[in-house]
Design a protein around this ligand. Structure first.
Ligand SMILES: [Zn+2]
Length: 430
């Protein structure tokens, strides 16, 4: 079966969407003067690793810690029946050249995004104004900038000239140049697949293993985390042995395959991008989301229209191997990173991270690991300081949602409040 899409389309929207405008309701004025401190009381708290009951005290943009009662005179937010989480981290997106997407992310509870390939200029610009007033309603950005790829390899197909390399001897200067551009991690393309999941021939040149290995070594020597874009399961195993810290994109795992144990043994994080990889499988994970009034309100009219249509029957053979990889990896102790590779086609900004978490849960991943995949795991993998956890001294990037997330990850569909650096960044309209 031929399908009108390609798994190589990863990042295609990074540039294509650059000028697109977004339609979302302006966030209403903050209800809480949160810069002076506040206490969220009676919430179920997910601290980045596990659930606990308690009251969380925020002051001066940081988390003071769990308290028995609010200090006298401190505003209190009654969060009974709600769940408080660290602001979500989307571990794989491409924002392009606009900051509009960063504002939309916040409406879905996402306070930090990891951009795995985009124009390097924007990283430095956004980093410079991270603590300004304008940044308060935007998600923070951690960016790879230009990726490492072979001449005519993945990443070169978008009409924007980017640097490429071939030989291991070029790796040191290549990594140094990315660091000089402001890259906060190195993204390497190592993808030997010649067919995508729909059977289309789709071969593009890719880096040789010796070059990829040298790039990873140099990146580590120069203080950068290494994320590797991979094709099939064989690429994933090889990328892990070449020094990947994070594997971007999953594969259809055969039964009884040792890959999950290999990844676990090497301590490699897995970013399976399920939402994008399951698009052809007819597992219509968007339908319940689009029918949810609170999600629908935050989608653009175009997204609602595009996502709300049933396509075809669920092809279990298509989805089962990819879901198996995620389930078995989590079971083996591999730390998952949620990041669905928005804004690819049918992978909208923000909402797709919630879809990705829902898919992890459907794959059979325990809820704590599902939520860690969008909080503490990406923070650790990408060394995002002060984020991804609710603990004393952490930055007060927080998300309050309706309902008990222990029972269903879909509680995250119902955002109530989002704080960035302790300041209210978004409140759901009542
Ligand atoms: Zn991507």
């Amino acid at each position: 079966m031929r399908l009108p899409f390609s798994l190589r389309s990863i990042a295609s929207a990074a540039f294509a969407f650059a000028g697109a405008s977004c339609h979302h309701a302006a966030a209403p004025a903050p209800r809480v003067a949160s810069a002076d401190g506040f206490v969220v009381v009676d919430a179920m708290v997910f601290d980045g690793e596990r659930f606990r009951a308690g009251n969380v005290y925020v002051r001066g943009g940081s988390i003071e810690g769990f308290v028995d009662a609010a200090p006298p005179g401190t505003p209190v937010i009654d969060a009974k029946g709600q769940t408080l989480l660290p602001g979500l981290i989307d571990g794989h997106t491409h924002i392009g050249t606009t900051t509009d997407h960063l504002e939309r992310f916040v409406t879905f509870g996402v306070t930090t995004v990891v951009d795995l390939f985009g124009p390097p200029e924007i990283i430095a610009r956004l980093r410079a104004d991270e603590r300004t007033k304008e940044s308060a309603r935007r998600a923070a950005l951690v960016g790879a900038g230009n990726l490492a790829t072979a001449p005519k390899g993945h990443g070169t197909e978008y009409g924007v000239p980017i640097p490429t390399l071939e030989e291991p001897g070029e790796a040191r200067a290549f990594v140094a140049a990315r660091r000089a551009e402001g890259s906060e991690l190195l993204k390497i393309v190592f993808d030997t697949s010649t067919n995508d999941v729909g059977g289309q021939s789709n071969a593009m040149p890719t880096l040789r293993a010796d070059t990829a290995r040298e790039l990873a070594k140099e990146a580590h020597a120069q203080g950068l985390t290494v994320a590797v874009h991979t094709g099939g399961c064989g690429d994933i195993a090889e990328a892990a042995s070449l020094g990947a810290d994070v594997i971007a994109h999953g594969c259809a795992l055969p039964d009884d395959d040792p890959l999950p144990k290999t990844l676990a043994a090497r301590g490699v994080y897995l970013n399976p991008t399920l939402a994008v990889q399951l698009r052809p499988c007819g597992l219509e994970y968007w339908i319940p989301m689009v029918r949810d009034a609170e999600i629908a309100r935050r989608l653009t009219g175009e997204e609602r229209e595009r996502l709300g249509k049933d396509r075809h029957d669920h092809d279990v053979a298509c989805s089962s191997g990819r879901l198996r990889l995620v389930r078995e990896a989590a079971k083996a102790g591999v730390k998952l990173i949620a990041g669905p590779d928005s804004p690819n086609r049918r992978i909208p900004i923000g909402a797709s991270l919630l879809a990705e978490l829902d898919l992890f849960a459907q794959a059979g991943v325990p809820i704590e690991q599902v939520l860690a995949s969008a909080t503490s795991h990406p923070a650790s993998a990408y060394r995002i300081a002060g984020r991804g956890r609710i603990a004393k001294g952490m930055r007060a990037d927080l998300l309050l949602v309706e309902g008990d997330a222990r029972t269903s990850v879909r509680a995250l569909w119902h955002t109530r409040s989002v704080w960035r650096n302790g300041a209210l960044a978004y409140t759901a309209p009542r």
